[in-house]
Write a protein that binds this ligand. Structure first.
Ligand code: OGA
Ligand code: MN
Length: 223
């Protein structure tokens, strides 16, 4: 589900300028930015409550590849996802927060981000997502990946880290613990990353800010 984010500010207290400022600085200088305890607590609680109140059937096995050539491959990824389309109050609050971030990044980095797509993801114990990139140059209009974690009381022994690698050398750059409220963003085309198996259920939201890929013969999005 692709959502064209509106420019309207619905809930100003959601916005933390200094967080957005650091994110923009980090993106400009190193291409990624990781922040524990970053998502506003009321939004976080709302999302956490929502993800646990949804029926299991809402989550579907995640695919790999481009939308038009989506494949299921349990050796690459094993999580289940539920796209966020703003039908719930929690989903709407999340999309408003993402809209503010999109606006901030556009103003400060001139990225021309145009739309945002995101899903809840559930990794059961042992599930993983092998090393991948979220976008390939010239093939996708995903520019920035955004992940937030909805797991209270996560401890080191629970594992399930997101590992981000340097593209050229495959060196590990950063290991992100999927703790409640941690926010990770990175340039979608630049960083291979993987999700390690966890010992408990692991919930996150993964989202992508996109540029408008409309051409002469193509309208993109909305879809
Ligand atoms: C993804 C992804 C990371 C995470 O969904 O593409 O890389 O930590 N998720 O959940
Ligand atoms: Mn990814």
């Amino acid at each position: 589900m692709n959502v064209v984010l509106t420019e309207d500010v619905i809930d100003l207290p959601l916005v933390n300028e200094s967080l957005f400022h650091t994110m923009a600085e980090n993106i400009a200088h190193q291409g990624y930015s990781i922040h524990p305890n970053a998502l506003p607590l009321n939004l976080l609680n709302q999302l956490h409550h929502h993800v646990h109140s949804m029926p299991d059937e809402n989550f579907k096995r995640a695919g790999i590849g481009r939308e038009d050539k989506l494949m299921l491959n349990q050796f690459v990824r094993k999580d289940e996802v539920c796209w966020i389309n703003g039908e719930s109050e929690a989903g709407q609050a999340w999309l408003s927060w993402a809209a503010e971030l999109q606006r901030y990044l556009n103003r400060h980095l001139f990225l021309g981000l145009f739309s945002f797509e995101s899903h809840f993801a559930h990794y059961s114990p042992g599930d993983f997502y092998k090393t991948h990139k979220d976008a390939f140059k010239g093939e996708s209009n995903r520019i920035i990946s955004l992940v937030v974690y909805l797991n209270p009381d996560w401890i080191k022994e629970d594992q399930g880290e997101l590992v981000i690698y340097r593209e050229e050398s495959s060196d590990e750059l950063v290991r992100v613990t999927p703790s409640f409220g941690t926010v990770a963003i990175f340039l979608s085309e630049d960083f291979p990353h993987e999700v390690l198996p966890a010992n408990r259920d692991r919930y996150s939201i993964a989202g992508w800010f996109r540029v408008n890929g409309s051409g002469v013969n193509k309208v993109d999005p909305p879809r």
